[in-house]
Design a binder for this molecule. Structure first.
Ligand SMILES: [Zn+2]
Length: 419
């Protein structure tokens, strides 16, 4: 879609979304009142920046009043209820409707198509069938595309690895951590994941640093694609990769990047926190919702021919950022550093401790790859950390396979500091 047509579309949809949200959601009505904005004065997308930014705290302060449908409506027109994963703060509940389900199905199907998935593929979804939104959107999209699905909720990793070998999926959807772990489990069963039929790995639920993406590609001899979204401002995955970058579905969503301190928009090409406005939801059409992932927006045509805005990727939510002795560090940057080292295995932990008042220890617990000579590894890792973050690290090696594995949202940071 040409930029002018997109602007036109945004200008038609935004005023309607604002009026609808104002009528339906007590939280949003209150936000607009507080900001002194008359919903009737929002006439085009040029008025976007006059609207207040909605935060997770605004939502947490209200029991469901951030939604545009009440429980009575949901009982008659509902689809499913989802929870935020609760990485930070208390989980919040989102009740989506059947209209949302249909929209979700189409937008996710578009993203899957852009990744190269077609009828003739076969997908293994490595998620429990729980109240997290990402897997469900994908399931309905694959159904719509008549791509058969091998469900693996309730299976342990060994059973999933056996499913890869016995049922021949060409597509696997998993968190990046689990995609790597599953490759190891396939090897444990005596097979080489590179010899399976898997040709595309869809990564979602966690940031995907470059070094991790390369490891997954090499482990499976497959393309790696990314889905990006949040529970709050849905339906749709919001973002997806095309092989040349990550697009945001701009006909259904607006994305902005804002300065973390002032919450004012930053120019394209500069990093900021992501703010999403979704223009097509019945239950939760959030307007200027601060998702809070660090990202950089890029406009202009993509090599794939698409015109929708791209991002450089997402390095993690602002609330995941660590502050160690005054230095800010993203766990995903530590992950990238470690996974560039071929002797390092797939799991690690960051442990923060304060053994004495005013003292902070940044410790990395690392599994070396099985069978490698790892004596000099701690020293090398410490040197890399010093060069990249200007931070002193203690490095502890543990036996391969001894660190815990998680299926969804790996928790690799243990902050044991007294603060
Ligand atoms: Zn593209």
């Amino acid at each position: 879609m040409a930029p002018d047509s997109l602007r036109q579309l945004h200008s038609e949809k935004l005023p309607l979304a604002v009026r609808y949200m104002c009528e339906q959601s007590p939280v949003y009505r209150h936000k607009l009142d507080e900001a002194g904005v008359d919903p009737a004065s929002i006439r085009s997308v040029d008025d976007l920046e006059r609207l207040p930014i909605v935060t997770k705290d605004d939502m947490s302060a209200s029991d469901g009043g951030y939604l545009a449908v009440d429980e009575d409506y949901w009982d008659r027109h509902g689809w499913m209820m989802f929870n935020t994963s609760g990485t930070t703060g208390l989980p919040r509940t989102f009740r989506y409707t059947d209209t949302d389900r249909r929209m979700w199905m189409w937008t996710d199907a578009r993203a899957l198509w852009a990744m190269g998935i077609r009828p003739g593929d076969r997908a293994l979804l490595c998620f429990g069938y729980g109240p997290h939104v990402a897997m469900w959107g994908m399931l309905y999209a694959l159904n719509r595309m008549t791509v058969p699905v091998i469900p693996s909720g309730g299976m342990d990793s060994r059973a999933r690895a056996a499913a890869v070998l016995n049922h021949g999926p060409t597509v696997i959807a998993a968190t990046p951590s689990f995609a790597l772990y599953l490759a190891g489990m396939v090897r444990e069963l005596g097979a080489d994941p590179r010899d399976t039929r898997v040709r595309i790995v869809i990564s979602l639920g966690e940031p995907l640093p470059d070094a991790t993406r390369r490891r997954i590609e090499e482990s499976w001899a497959a393309q790696v694609h990314q889905f990006y979204g949040c529970t709050e401002a849905a339906p749709s995955c919001g973002g997806y990769t095309c092989g040349h970058g990550m697009h945001i579905m701009e006909d259904t969503h607006l994305i902005e990047a804002v300065d973390p301190a002032t919450l004012q928009p930053v120019p394209d090409g500069q990093p900021g926190l992501s703010v999403i406005t979704n223009l097509c939801s019945e239950a939760s059409p959030q307007i200027r919702f601060l998702v809070g992932d660090f990202t950089t927006l890029i406009r202009g045509d993509c090599e794939c021919g698409r015109t929708h805005v791209r991002t450089t990727g997402f390095s993690g939510r602002a609330d995941d950022m660590l502050n160690v002795r005054g230095v800010t560090v993203f766990p995903s940057a530590v992950e990238d550093l470690l996974r560039r080292l071929s002797e390092v295995g797939d799991e690690f932990q960051i442990v923060l401790e304060s053994p004495a008042v005013g003292q902070e220890v940044f410790r990395l617990v690392v599994e070396p790859r099985p069978g490698v000579a790892a004596q000099s590894l701690p020293e090398r890792i410490a040197a890399e950390v010093r060069d990249r973050f200007d931070l002193r690290a203690e490095v502890e090696l543990v036996a391969p396979g001894s660190l815990p594995k998680t299926e969804f949202k790996a928790r690799r940071v243990r902050d044991l500091r007294n603060r």
